[in-house]
Design a protein around this ligand. Sequence first.
Ligand code: NDP
Length: 434
Amino acid sequence: MGESKIVHSALVTYTSMISLLTLCPPFVILLWYTMVHADGSVLKTYEYLRQHGLQGFKNIWPTPSPIAWKIIACFGAFEAFLQLALPGKRVEGPVSPSGNIPVYKANGLQAYAVTLISYLSLWWFGIFDPAIVYDHLGEIYAALVVGSFVFCIFLYIKGHLAPSSSDSGSSGNVIFDFYWGMELYPRIGKNFDIKVFTNCRFGMMSWAVLSVTYCIKQYELYGRVADSMLVNTVLMLVYITKFFWWEAGYWCTMDIAHDRAGFYICWGCLVWVPSVYTSHGMYLVNHPVNLGTLLALFILVVGLLCIYINYDCDRQRQEFRRTNGRCLVWGKAPSKIVASYQTTSGETKTSLLLTSGWWGLSRHFHYVPEILAAFCWTVPALFNHILPYFYVLFLTILLFDRAKRDDDRCSSKYGKYWKMYCDKVPYRIIPGIY
Ligand code: NDP
């Protein structure tokens, strides 16, 4: 079914895969260098590279230091421990393409609270200064670039030798298997879910921890935290809190239910999220812009509204699916399509597609507030440089591509039922425009 089409279209983008594999690591380092050492100016970095050539680039690339490895190891081990040890409700994920139902322990919010409280306590009681993390950021990214690559090789080998479930397999192409992944739900033992660790407990958690780190660093440098930094951090922390509040819902999304564990998703969450997703905060550390109370509050309120709408879109879909359509959407009985499809084992199953509420405005309306929220937590950096906006640009491209990928996948999964949905809700993302 849909899976073979995904495999085919991904093989067609072979060149882009190779480009991403080779260009992402240097980009992460250059982004860090520009934000921290070149005032956020692409021009300055470009001038430096033009003058010093390849040797200059080598000089920029930090060596993964022992302290960087220690920070990563302590953080990773702490998060793995919390994932395994904290109590949580048993939650079932969606039926996989092979008909399996993965089971999870929903303890993300507890892990998030314990992490932030522990981190702030370490700082408050003078046991560990988070500014050290900022001071060694380049070495940490350099270590993550290498360590995560090795981790993806491990995933590739595990997928071949010891897959955790029947939701696994090779496309026959080594690079594609490494890039896209072999397993949908790789686990260590029965309970340690690798994608929950890489995507949620390492990637998303590091985003929160680094945001707090940047605030503390600015405070140590200037004796205060500028309102621009506060707006940036509060919005991101609200967004990440929402993420962990709704983590079990995330386990039903494309990242977990459809994307296999390979370089694309795992390297992305282990390296790209802690670097690119926090890059505007990295910039703000040395640029304590003062927005003034009114403007700061305005950006904060608009950002919060966007985060709420994004959350409500996800909640509406999940509530609708959870209650089998027996819920109210915007105060009314939902309008829906009962779509049947076949699993890879040939079983016929049905899913409900919501065609009212947010999901009746466009087929991926939830991406609109997602992008606007990202803009709101970036705009405190003002407009002196383009680079702080890299995350917003990247997110826009990612989500437009994702909407297309999802449409293609759903179309081959649901066939005529998806067409009925497209006829009823013709716009893909922006109502009336696209
Ligand atoms: P979702 O998984 O939430 O939605 C897509 C899936 O939902 C489809 O594959 C389909 O799955 C099902 N579906 C589609 N249409 C309907 C419908 N009308 N009614 C019911 N079910 C439907 O998408 P994402 O994973 O992309 O997004 C989840 C959240 O993550 C969003 O808030 C998004 O903004 C955010 N996100 C953030 C990113 C970031 O980097 N900051 C990146 C990506 C997402 P099925 O096969 O079950 O039918």
